[in-house]
Write a protein that binds this ligand. Structure first.
Ligand code: 5GP
Length: 204
């Protein structure tokens, strides 16, 4: 039996570099499936609808909830974000690994429904560095940056309960660690045993 696709959650505070890490992962492993979330947040310059997010109005988001379209959704600093369920399931059924770039509440909801999901928390090397990156990015006004930093404090408290913790001190190293985690997860004996096939056959 072919190795089935697995879902990997990449969580961690806003500004920690999850997006950059994921872009790099795709360069080396283009067969991954990145789950494009829906959000009520306005697009940033350069963000494309259907590529970075499905940009929805609050009304549209509410009707997606009503239709049961989300695997999870959560409120984050004044906006809603959600993972469309259908595409995740289709990708996994096709044997592809799925990457979810989501915040901690959503991660918890997915893990509760699907305990086999692998949770990776990406942390910054220091608090000062996170502040610097968020301010430097310049994508949010100072008030929103403050909201995101406050939220980060809460997120850090949950990091210890994750399956893996990656510290994004050096981008190459962080990508390498995540690739190693993904590879190791595919070597789990429980998952692989059935694919042994002829090795398990009785000698004649
Ligand atoms: P941003 O506005 O910076 O793109 O995203 C803000 C936060 O929302 C990030 O931590 C990001 O990982 C998270 N996020 C993005 N998509 C989803 C989603 O579908 N569900 C949840 N729960 N969080 C999401």
């Amino acid at each position: 039996m072919a190795n089935k696709g697995k879902t990997f959650i990449i969580a961690g505070p806003s500004g920690v570099g999850k997006g950059t890490i994921i872009d790099r992962l795709f360069k080396v492993q283009p067969d991954l499936y990145f789950s494009v979330s829906a959000t009520t947040r306005a697009p940033r310059p350069g963000e494309q609808d259907g590529v970075h997010y499905h940009f929805l109005t609050r009304e549209q988001f509410a009707s997606w909830i009503e239709e049961g379209a989300f695997l999870e959704y959560a409120e984050f600093v004044g906006n809603f974000y959600g993972t469309p369920k259908r595409y995740v399931d289709e990708a996994m059924a096709a044997g592809r690994d799925v990457i979810l770039d989501i915040e901690v509440q959503g991660a918890e909801l997915v893990h509760r429904q699907r305990p086999e999901t692998v949770r990776i928390f990406v942390a910054p090397p220091s608090w000062e560095e996170l502040e610097r990156r968020l301010l430097h990015r310049g994508t949010e006004d100072p008030e929103k940056v403050r909201g995101r930093l406050i939220r980060s404090r809460e997120e850090f408290l949950l990091a210890r309960y994750y399956d893996y913790l990656v510290i994004n001190n050096d981008l190459d190293r962080a990508v390498e660690e995540i690739r190693a985690i993904m590879m190791a997860e595919h070597c789990r004996a429980g998952d692989r045993y059935d694919s042994l096939g002829s090795v398990l056959r009785e000698p004649v």
